[in-house]
Design a protein around this ligand. Structure first.
Ligand SMILES: Cc1ncc(COP(=O)(O)O)c(C=O)c1O
Length: 385
C-alpha cells in the first residue's frame, strides 16, 4: 500500500517552531547578526550543559575538527587514527593539515571504532586518536584513553551525533582533550550550520578562538561594538570559522529542548525495535550499561536473506513517501581514499560490511505518532512476508 496521498516524511527534518522564529526575529532586529553576544551566550550555556570548562562556537563540526587538528599541532608527517565508519569530514579534517588518516576498523555491532584495531594501527608517527560516537553511542573512551596515555597521544572526539551522550557518568564534551559537535540541520539540535569545540585546557581554548577568526587577537569580534574601536593583532594565519549570532540564536533556544527531544527519540526507538524484531534485519545493538545513547540515528542492517537489497529497500521506502539515509558507506570504499591512500575494501571488513547493508530510518522528534506508524507499516510491507 502506498502513502503517496500523505506528505513526504523528510529524513532528519528539524523542529523550527515559534521560539526559534521569535529568536531569529529578535536577533535580526538587534542588527547584531554576525558574531556577538548571542554566540557568547550559546558558548556559556553549551559549556554548562556538557560540563566543559571552555566551549568555542564555530561555523560547523568540520571547522571544529580542522581547528582541533591545527591547535593540536597535527601536520605533515603525522598520522591520526580514526574510523572508516564516519562522515568524510572526519578524515578530511586530518588530510587538510597535511597529516595522514589511518583507519582502524569499527565493531560490527556497536559500529564504533575498535580499541584493539586502534592499538594495531599505532606507529611512531601517530599523533592523535579521533573516535566518532557513532549514531550517538559513546565510543569505548576508557580503552581509548588508556591507549592514548600509553603512547602519549591526544584524543580528539567527533561528537557530531553525541550532544546528549554520557559515558560512565561523564558527559561527552568533558572527557578528552578536545571534542567537536555539530549543529547541522539533521543533528539533535541545529543552528542551520554550526559547531562547537569543548576543552578543559585554557591554552587550547584560546587558540581555537583565535585561529577560528583569522588568527586575530582575542575578542576581535567586538572591535566595532559600542565600547569603541579596538585594534587587533594578527597572531596566526587563521581561518574564517566563526559562528553568527543569527545561528547562535537558534542554538540558545534549542539546547534546553535537547533532553525532551531525546526522550521522544527514545520512544520512537523502542517502537521501531519492537516492530522490526521479526523482520530479516539486524536491529541497533542495545546501549552499553552506564551510558546515555544520544539516539541520533536509528540504523537497520538489511540482512542478506531479506527479499530486497538495501538500495532497493530505500527506493521502495521513497515510493511510499518516506525518506531514509545511509550512515555510512565506509570511507575507505570511496574512490578518493581508495586511490589516494591505497585502501582496499577487505582491510576494514566490518565497516565495509556495514556500509553495504545499513539504512537509517527517520528519527526526528518532529515525527508524529501517525508518521511513526507510517514508517513502521512501510518497513514491514517492504521487508515482511
Ligand atoms: C560524524 C560526523 N562528523 C562530522 C560531521 C560534519 O559536521 P558539519 O556538517 O557540522 O560540518 C558530520 C555531519 O554530518 C558527521 O555526521
Amino acid at each position: 500500500m502506498s502513502d503517496k496521498t500523505e506528505p513526504y516524511i523528510i529524513f532528519g527534518s528539524p523542529i523550527i517552531g515559534e521560539d526559534e522564529i521569535a529568536a531569529l526575529q529578535r536577533t535580526a532586529e538587534s542588527c547584531w547578526i554576525g558574531t556577538g553576544p548571542r554566540v557568547h551566550e550559546f558558548q556559556t550555556t553549551f559549556a554548562q550543559y556538557v560540563g566543559a570548562k571552555h566551549a568555542m562556537a564555530v561555523s560547523s563540526c568540520t571547522a571544529a575538527l580542522h581547528l582541533s587538528m591545527v591547535v593540536s599541532g597535527v601536520g605533515p608527517g603525522d598520522e591520526v587514527v580514526t574510523t572508516p565508519m564516519t562522515f568524510c569530514a572526519t578524515a578530511n579534517a586530518i588530510i587538510h593539515t597535511g597529516a595522514t588518516p589511518v583507519f582502524a576498523d569499527c565493531q560490527r555491532d556497536t559500529m564504533n571504532i575498535d580499541p584493539a584495531a586502534i592499538e594495531a594501527a599505532i606507529t611512531p608517527r601517530t599523533k592523535a586518536i579521533l573516535p566518532v560516537h557513532f549514531a550517538g553511542r559513546p565510543a569505548d573512551m576508557d580503552a581509548i584513553g588508556a591507549i592514548a596515555k600509553k603512547h602519549g597521544l591526544l584524543v580528539i572526539e567527533d561528537a557530531a551525533h553525541a550532544i546528549e551522550s554520557v559515558y560512565k557518568g561523564r558527559k561527552v564534551g568533558s572527557i578528552s582533550d578536545l571534542t567537536c559537535f555539530s549543529f547541522y540541520v539533521t543533528k539533535n539540535i541545529t543552528t542551520g550550520e554550526g559547531g562547537m569545540v569543548t576543552t578543559g585546557d585554557p591554552e587550547l581554548a584560546k587558540k581555537i578562538q583565535t585561529y577560528g577568526l583569522h588568527g586575530l587577537s582575542a575578542d576581535a569580534w567586538s572591535r566595532f561594538s559600542d565600547k569603541g574601536y579596538k585594534h587587533y593583532d594578527v597572531v596566526f594565519p587563521g581561518f574564517k570559522y566563526n559562528l553568527t549570532d543569527l545561528a547562535a540564536a537558534l542554538g540558545i533556544v534549542q539546547l534546553p529542548k535537547a533532553e525532551q527531544w531525546l526522550r521522544r527519540r527514545n520512544e520512537v526507538w523502542a517502537i521501531y525495535d519492537e516492530a522490526f524484531a521479526d523482520l530479516p534485519v539486524i536491529l541497533p545493538a542495545p546501549a552499553e550499561p552506564d551510558t546515555v545513547h544520544a539516539r541520533h540515528l536509528y540504523t537497520l542492517i538489511v540482512a542478506d536473506d531479506a527479499k530486497v537489497l538495501r538500495d532497493e529497500f530505500m527506493v521502495a521506502m521513497h515510493k511510499k513517501g518516506i525518506g531514509t539515509g545511509v550512515h555510512y558507506r565506509a570511507l575507505h570504499d570511496h574512490p578518493y581514499y581508495a586511490e589516494r591512500w591505497g585502501y582496499r575494501p577487505e582491510q576494514f571488513p566490518n565497516a565495509h560490511w556495514i556500509g553495504e547493508r545499513t539504512v537509517s530510518l527517520p528519527l526526528t522528534p518532529k515525527l508524529t505518532d501517525h508518521e511513526v506508524e507510517r514508517v513502521v507499516r512501510a518497513v514491514r510491507e517492504v521487508l515482511g512476508g
